[in-house]
Design a protein around this ligand. Sequence first.
Ligand SMILES: Nc1ncnc2c1ncn2[C@@H]1O[C@H](COP(=O)(O)OP(=O)(O)OP(=O)(O)O)[C@@H](O)[C@H]1O
Ligand SMILES: [Mg+2]
Length: 254
Amino acid sequence: MIEVRNLVKLRGTTRVLDDVTLKVERGQVAALVGPSGGGKSTLLRCMNGLEIFHAGEVQLDAVKLQPGEQRSASAETLRQLRRGVGMVFQQFNLFPHMTALQNVMSGPLYALNKPRAEVEPQAKALLERVGLGEKFHSRPDQLSGGQQQRVAIARALAMQPQVMLFDEPTSALDPRMAAEVLGVMTDLAKGGQTMIVVTHAMSFAQQVANIVHVMQAGRIVESGSPAQVFGAPQQAATQQFLSEATTAKNSPRP
Ligand SMILES: Nc1ncnc2c1ncn2[C@@H]1O[C@H](COP(=O)(O)OP(=O)(O)OP(=O)(O)O)[C@@H](O)[C@H]1O
Ligand SMILES: [Mg+2]
């Protein structure tokens, strides 16, 4: 479904992505974990054409994005890729002047030029699906962080993406709001949505992911089932990352 082959991204002379290959099958949930600065966000941003890369290829079904293309001829390739790949960020990125409903309708109305009569009931159904049936007309500043993030998820889903990318969707949220968002993501996964999730929520990765990739210094250093990666990590980098993640979780919040 979505595949990244031998991706290289340079920043100055640093290889922030260093020969990354990753494949996610339809209906699969892949978790991407690893230490800060490892390249997780950069990888997701390359996968939906938000960042240029220097070598390798991103393929979504029949659509292929190659290095030179991001700057030149293939506006159509980029458009297809962005349409097929939904993204949810840590900081929600909702349109502040629009209500929840307007946020969710914005893509289908303005990017896909669909008629409002078709878009509005679908947007309402999506907001209901993420537990916000009462909040159609609230603006982002009238919603909690967890509610805003659920609007952001509904907004991404409104484009009916083939794949959903999540970049630390719960790390700006307190535990109760994070749990609400993780609940929505778990339902999506159970419904067969293909997803790639960058997360520090290890228990979510453990319970929901089919495969876990550990990324460090621009490379995927270990991949396997949650049981393998969390239970019996093979690489020193994974062991260190997991022990630090566990320590951080058990120490009191500042
Ligand atoms: N806008 C930028 N300009 C320059 N360097 C950047 C920029 N964004 C990221 N980097 C660098 O690229 C590398 C990969 O960063 P990236 O944000 O992809 O890591 P990450 O794994 O998502 O980390 P975190 O867990 O902290 O979110 C890091 O060395 C980072 O410092
Ligand atoms: Mg990041």
